[in-house]
Design a protein around this ligand. Sequence first.
Ligand code: 4AD
Ligand code: MG
Length: 457
Amino acid sequence: MKHIDIYDVLNNPTLIGQETVVCGWVRTFRDSAQVSFLELADGTSFPRLQVVIDKSALTVDPECTKLGASVRVKGMVVKAFKGEGNELNASSVALLGKCPPEYPIQKKRTTLDFLRTIPHLRLRTNTFQAVFRVRSVAAQAIHRFFHERRFFYMNTPLVTASDCEGAGEMFRVTTQPWNASYKTEEEYYKNDFFGVKAGLSVSGQLEGEVAATALGKIYTFGPSFRAENSNTARHLAEFWHVEPEIAFAELPDVIEIAEELLKYLIRAVLAECAEETKFFDTFVEKGLIDKLTHVAESDFAVCEYTEAIEILKKENARFQFPVEWGSDLQSEHERFLTEEVFKRPVFVTNYPKEIKSFYMKQNADGKTVAATDLLVPGIGEIIGGSEREADYEKLLTAMKERKMDLDAYKQYLDLRVFGSVPHGGFGLGFERFVMYVTGMENIRDVTLFPRWTKNIM
Ligand code: 4AD
Ligand code: MG
């Protein structure tokens, strides 16, 4: 069916005076004595197309006027009678699919909670179309950012035997029958598909390090899986993960690239999704555009973990989990720092080694590692990264302290044997970024089919 996008009909002045065909779903229908109006959306643009029906010349099947029905309209593109852009004077309206009155997406604003129960239909709403257009634009901008800087795009394994974060949050991958019975765990895995314990990757970082220590600058952008039992508005069992890894880089270089990336992405969304961000500013988060414009132009803060603890300790009375040096920061602490203290994005650096991963570079103080988390208002942690331990002996010690299976990490250790270099990188949670730029407060509302504990489609 040869038709053109509503986006083009609305925006292309050279179409004025031309016969065209558009397809879409009915959003509104208004009737008056001589003319009636159909508003159509096809997902390509925020504004909808107004179709004008001259009742003396054209009789339209009433099914074509029902909310949610899909139609094909032929007509002449004309300048809009009122307002900007173009509209369509219909010469024919054909029904593609009718839509009965039980269509759950009705005009009165439905709640996000309700829409979450109908993930297959919620994308017909303005809010979700805007979210997913922003998501797509941001994904393109991620590739552009790295491509422009000669970072090479790597695809790291999704099914893997290596547990990067070592936090026991891996989903297992197995072909063993449910009632497989073996005397030992070892025997069970030996008879499994890969002959060892395998799972879904929680991060592409370890393989990213392999690539970076040969190609210099690389990034991965793909799904990561976490079997963490956290039923929160910021966690998914499957999320998209942007992970650059850079050779010959130390923690300040990692921080610089992270800040540059975030600002680049925000500018891209503001420039390419003007209609969408205006919508979010009006209906979802008042002041969103000002916030984003300001963030894209000002410097992010940097704060040592030790200093952050000093600040937080003075406020311990207000927290559910009071902190002391050595505490892992909870969401309440992260948000307090970025929202109340710094009032902008803040990189917290140099965390105690006990609360961070084995691969992080050990600082000279013997107590902290060269890690950083970027915290942003409204979300908390959006990026986690570090300089990596490049010293073989130090890395080995950290792994032994954690009782890790050294054989399984032989190749990773080899990178420290053969031409080891300082290097580092970070992981940006893509959905958390989309939440940040749209103002959406629940990660389940920026994902097509969100999956979390006890919830899967
Ligand atoms: O802080 P994380 O666990 O760091 C890593 O995985 C490192 N290996 C990254 C690296 O250095 N290459 O995860 C990084 C980011 C978090 O800051 C968060 O934004 C996001 O990934 N994230 C999640 N997003 C949604 N749901 C989850 N369950 C997430 N877990 C982490
Ligand atoms: Mg983290």
